[in-house]
Ligand binder design. Structure first.
Ligand code: PMP
Length: 365
């Protein structure tokens, strides 16, 4: 007995955790800083931690009310109807719901290369096929609608990532509109804004709703997550904002009680704690600047909570950094073997990382 043929399926390469690396090197986990998974170095909002503790008391109940409360709070936040908020198990879970809603077996999906691995995984899970548009390192990973349309061939979903992982580039709403205008009526443009809180660009929810001078449209959906700016990667909570016309579809595609009671309660508390998010965003802006100016390697301007560096040998530099207690992301699996991606840490973590990278690069000269 074997599962179906999974040989074409991509696998997810998560950033390595401190425990794993420390165990391997026989060192104390407390001596490491981990800047490989774009997590929030300040942790969750204290109110979210409290909400998790409280929610534990009623963990025997299904999360019906909490799910509805969070959905309503997010609908308020975006000024959309509750049916337009599709909660999921992380941004990844929301991506899955869009795949379920859109894809028939054999449908094609267009993804960025390099890009976030889960678009491809979700497509394969849902029996779709993959095409890729290239964001070229030589053109600074610019997300140009005309160039993407040059590759577009009627795919059912086109994924855009703004800010883009791993480069940090963004796409303006004008550019997204131009792209969506150039695709067929059967194509959904998914704008993944997992790092949206850290960016200066407006959310593509304005395109769905017809705000900021744009015409409302039914061919754009937005992905958001609590994993980054809200510091709740461990609870797995994200959502899609979909066009109003899709409101009925959620109940037909979601896993029952799509997000846990604990996740919903923590998400609600985090949403209400604007201060924690503002502090996080402020800290990320400082760290981005510090990394980009202090590290002696070419970097791309980033609007995410990370910076991509061209260090020549991503695997080698990441491994040398590990020896110095700093864990970063080798970008070989993104198809960028010369690069490392460094998450914005706290002030002391970020300073330590910048110094360690410079020391490693000096030693390798
Ligand atoms: N989109 C992008 C671009 C990401 O980098 C990530 C996580 N690294 C996600 C979506 C999904 O995040 P999560 O499932 O943790 O919410």
């Amino acid at each position: 007995m074997q599962p179906r043929d999974l040989s074409a399926h991509a696998t997810y390469e998560a950033g390595r955790g401190i425990e794993e690396v420390a165990r391997e090197l026989g060192r104390d986990p407390a001596s490491f800083v981990t800047l490989s998974s774009n997590e929030n170095p300040h942790g969750p909002a204290p109110a979210a931690v409290e909400a998790l503790r409280e929610a534990a008391e009623t963990a025997s109940d299904y999360p019906k009310a909490a799910h509805a409360d969070l959905t309503d709070a997010l609908a308020d936040r975006w000024d959309v109807s509750s049916g337009q908020i599709w909660l999921g198990n992380g941004g990844d879970g929301a991506i899955d719901y869009l795949s379920r809603a859109m894809l028939d077996p054999g449908d094609a999906v267009l993804v960025p290369k390099p890009g976030f691995a889960y678009y491809a995984m979700s497509t394969r899970f849902h029996h779709g096929t993959l095409d890729a548009y290239v964001l070229s390192k030589d053109r600074d990973f610019a997300q140009d609608p005309d160039s993407i349309l040059g590759t577009y061939d009627g795919e059912r979903i086109v994924y855009l990532t703004s800010p883009h992982n791993p480069s940090g580039t963004t796409m303006s709403l004008d550019a997204i509109e131009r792209l969506a205008d150039g695709t067929s009526d059967r194509t959904l443009v998914v704008v993944d804004e997992a790092y949206g809180e850290f960016a200066e660009t407006d959310s593509a929810v304005a395109l769905i709703e017809g705000r900021k001078g744009f015409d409302a449209r039914e061919d754009v959906a937005v992905i958001r997550t609590f994993s980054k700016a809200y510091g709740l990667a461990g609870v797995r909570l994200g959502y899609a904002v979909v066009p109003d016309a899709w409101a009925d579809a959620y109940a037909r595609v979601n896993t029952p009680f799509a997000a846990s009671e604990l996740a919903c309660r923590a998400g609600l508390a985090a949403l209400e704690d604007a201060e924690h998010v503002e502090m996080t965003v402020e800290s990320v802006r400082w760290a981005r600047e510090h990394l980009a100016t202090r590290v002696e390697a070419p970097a791309w301007p980033s609007e995410g909570n990370f910076v991509l560096f061209d260090v020549g040998d991503g695997a080698g530099v990441a491994s040398d950094l590990q020896e110095r207690g700093v864990i970063v992301r080798d970008c070989t699996s993104f198809g960028l073997p010369g690069c490392i991606r460094v998450t914005c840490g706290t002030e002391s973590e970020t300073k330590r990382a910048a110094e360690a990278i410079n020391a490693v690069l000096d030693a390798r000269d």
